[in-house]
Design a protein around this ligand. Structure first.
Ligand code: SF4
Length: 76
């Protein structure tokens, strides 16, 4: 059931993105988000690409959408 999906999961993120009609953030917002993730202790350092160790999302994708949020910090 969709109600049982954890709010920090990839599926929950994808659901939020689809609800907003795939709206994108401005490039400055994207860059600021990536800068925060790049310094975050929760990033998955075992991955070659920037991946959030908390939600498992590729940040080069997740950080582009208006509907997405950091599952840990209140910065974005
Ligand atoms: S989304 Fe949040 S928790 Fe995940 S890597 Fe970025 S700043 Fe860290």
């Amino acid at each position: 059931m969709i109600e049982d999906v954890p709010s920090n999961s990839f599926i929950a993120t994808a659901s939020d993105v689809l609800k907003t009609g795939l709206a994108f953030v401005a490039s400055e917002v994207f860059d600021a988000r990536i800068a925060l993730c790049s310094k975050c202790p929760h990033r998955d350092i075992a991955q070659a690409r920037l991946v959030c160790g908390f939600c498992g999302c590729y940040m080069s994708v997740k950080a582009r959408f208006v509907a997405t949020r950091c599952p840990v910090h209140l910065d974005w």
